[in-house]
Design a protein around this ligand. Structure first.
Ligand SMILES: [Zn+2]
Ligand SMILES: [Zn+2]
Length: 194
């Protein structure tokens, strides 16, 4: 991925499509970066704890560089659009929580309806595109405090992700990270073979 790409572009390219959830994630990621005064992560200077696995998380990964593969994206399956971003260098963290909207904007309601529908007529496809354009405009221009709550978080940053030795499973012969292997007598067995 190109480093000079604007954050929004990075997120869209990574996520594969543009959608309201991703845009909310873009707002959260950009806010975290500014609030903590940090650059996108190279080697685990940042850590993200995300409480959802929906679209917005891809903005956190692509813009902040907190990724599943690097081990500095921690997923807590709480079903909440809440992102805690921590900086190792600054030794501080911010918890960003999307505000609950008792009455979602009618554009979003209709957009979700059309998204769920699957096959769309030409008019519906055009309607969906227009809706996305106005949702885009609204999400990207609404003052941040109307979309999210945030607070400095008391957060003990864990050690950087460890690299473990690989051992061989005695049943399938495939390699497995040592702490994930189970001992059967003197032999290692991987989780898929137990
Ligand atoms: Zn999406
Ligand atoms: Zn195995």
């Amino acid at each position: 991925m190109c480093k000079n790409m604007p954050p929004l572009e990075l997120a869209i390219q990574f996520h594969g499509h543009i959608c309201p959830g991703l845009l909310m994630g873009v707002r959260a990621a950009e806010f975290a970066q500014k609030y903590l005064d940090v650059s996108p992560d190279q080697d685990e200077e940042l850590l993200a704890v995300v409480e959802t696995n929906s679209c917005g998380v891809d903005a956190i990964q692509s813009i902040l560089g907190c990724t599943f593969g690097k081990g500095n994206l921690i997923f807590r399956d709480y079903g909440k659009s809440v992102y805690t971003i921590a900086s190792r260098d600054k030794d501080r963290a911010v918890r960003i929580a999307q505000k609950y909207q008792a009455q979602p904007h009618p554009d979003n309601v209709r957009y979700r309806e059309l998204s769920r529908q699957g096959t769309l007529t030409e008019e519906e496809a055009a309607e969906k595109e227009n809706l996305l354009a106005s949702i885009f405009e609204r999400i990207m221009t609404t003052p941040f405090e109307e979309l999210f709550n945030w607070q400095e978080a008391d957060f003990a940053i864990p050690e950087k992700a460890q690299i473990y030795p690989t051992v061989q499973c005695s049943i399938c012969g495939e390699g497995v990270m040592e702490p994930r292997a189970i001992m059967n007598g003197q032999l290692y067995v991987c989780p898929t073979c137990t």
